[in-house]
Design a protein around this ligand. Structure first.
Ligand code: 173
Length: 318
């Protein structure tokens, strides 16, 4: 009687172990669901769920309504979530050198070959208890958008909405930086709390900012970086098959950056059609701006991260 009972328990346990071989990861994005900087991550999730049937599954909790953008890095670190779509600019409190990732616009295929990926992965292992699964949007630049016309590249007297991405350059050019999450940009512009904002060339229509934007300053600068991070304990708990599904999908996700060339062109045309005027001060002023933007950003990264800053600069080659 007793041995039959034990045998039964063993069978039940074996069955539940087999079922538990499909692991479920909880995911969040630091950008609103369905918007430009979440969309490809959402495609990645669909792909993982299709390719990983019976092996691994991602449960998408959603965007900033689930976890505020500036807290997403900490949520991955502490395993409140297993996987996140987040820019380094949102976790510089935990990793100051994350502000330097925008200064490397090399394709990820190259960064994976020349040791950059590996070095940045180590930084994430150590400081964010996470695995650096993918980096997106290396070929998408940023701009400063304005509602007041300027006649040279000088932000004196202007209040400009920033994140760490734009803070140093805005200050260097005399502007007053105001830090907000993307979700507060519309209201800041509508109320005149900000005279302008930093944002990539793409995505301003997603939250209706075209209605509160007059000018886009040229030239484009830096490189967007939005990373897919996996909590390191969650990553270590996966088996080889599960990691392979994630890694294959990550490389596919990075490859989607090639679509952005056409997207950027269309976006600039759409902005023009919406009445957003480009402010272009010519090649000499543009070059001076780019040099200054690059210098002040590296100085700031190196000051706050004296060891890893110079290494990141050497890897970026600028
Ligand atoms: O402007 C921002 O909120 C920001 O830093 C960012 C970074 C990457 C993609 C989009 C926005």
């Amino acid at each position: 009687m007793r041995s039959t009972f034990i045998a039964g328990v063993v069978v039940v346990l074996a069955a539940s172990t087999a079922a538990a071989q499909e692991v479920t990861l909880r995911a969040v994005s630091s950008f609103a669901e369905g918007t430009e900087f979440s969309k490809n991550f959402e495609r990645f999730i669909e792909k993982v769920n299709a390719d990983g049937k019976g092996v691994i599954k991602i449960n998408y909790i959603g965007g900033p309504r689930a976890v505020p953008p500036f807290e997403v890095g900490n949520a991955v670190r502490t395993r409140v979530v297993d996987i996140a779509n987040v820019t380094g600019a949102f976790y510089t409190n935990l990793m100051p050198e994350a502000d330097g990732f925008k200064l490397n616009g090399k394709p990820m295929s190259e960064q994976r070959q020349n040791g950059t990926w590996e070095y940045i992965n180590q930084l994430h292992n150590q400081k964010l208890n996470s695995y650096y699964l993918a980096r997106q949007f290396h070929n998408v630049p940023f701009h400063i958008y304005l509602n007041k016309k300027i006649d040279k590249i000088d932000f004196s007297g202007l209040k400009i909405r920033v994140t760490p991405v734009y803070r140093d350059v805005v200050e260097a050019l005399g502007g007053t930086p105001i830090t907000t999450a993307p979700g507060e940009v519309y209201t800041a512009l509508e109320r005149g709390v900000a005279d302008g904002y930093g944002w990539p060339v793409t995505g301003i229509f997603d939250l209706g900012w075209d209605k509160v934007t007059k000018f886009r300053m040229e030239p484009p600068f830096y490189s967007v970086e939005v990373n897919v991070l996996v909590n390191l304990d969650s990553w270590k708990a996966l088996n080889d098959a599960q990691r392979k599904v994630l890694t294959d999908a990550a490389l596919w996700l990075e490859g989607l950056d090639s679509e952005k060339v056409a997207v950027i062109k269309a976006e600039r045309e759409r902005q023009a059609a919406a009445g957003i005027q480009a402010l272009d001060f010519g090649p000499a002023a543009s070059k001076a701006f780019l040099d200054r933007a690059n210098d002040v950003a590296w100085q700031s990264v190196i000051k706050r991260a004296p060891e890893s800053g110079p290494k990141l600069r050497q890897l970026a080659g600028n």
